[in-house]
Write a protein that binds this ligand. Structure first.
Ligand SMILES: [Zn+2]
Length: 93
């Protein structure tokens, strides 16, 4: 994932859009973090009847919640629920 690509373009999005993009990015960062935690070896998970200890089961629940929230925010942006400004001209780096 590229951090800040859209929000770094002057005029690309309004202040509300930038706030929402940051929220989506924060949620995606949290998802990556939780997936790494959930995928790491855990002795407690090995001993748990369902194969997941309480902490790692919580990670999976949070991942599902974060994904749902990120999709809802992204859909709101793409459906124009949040007013957009004119499309920018991308500047060469
Ligand atoms: Zn565990």
């Amino acid at each position: 994932m590229t951090h800040g690509a859209i929000t770094d373009i002057p005029g690309a999005v309004g202040p509300d859009d930038r706030r929402l993009f940051r929220m989506v990015q924060a949620l995606q960062d949290a998802i990556v973090f939780r997936r790494a935690r959930a995928g790491a070896y855990c002795y407690e998970c090995d001993q748990a009847p369902g194969g997941r200890c309480e902490d790692h089961a919580c990670d999976l629940d949070l991942i599902a919640s974060y994904e749902q929230d990120a999709r809802a925010i992204s859909a709101a942006i793409s459906q124009g629920v949040i007013p957009r400004q004119a499309s920018p001209q991308r500047q060469p780096i």
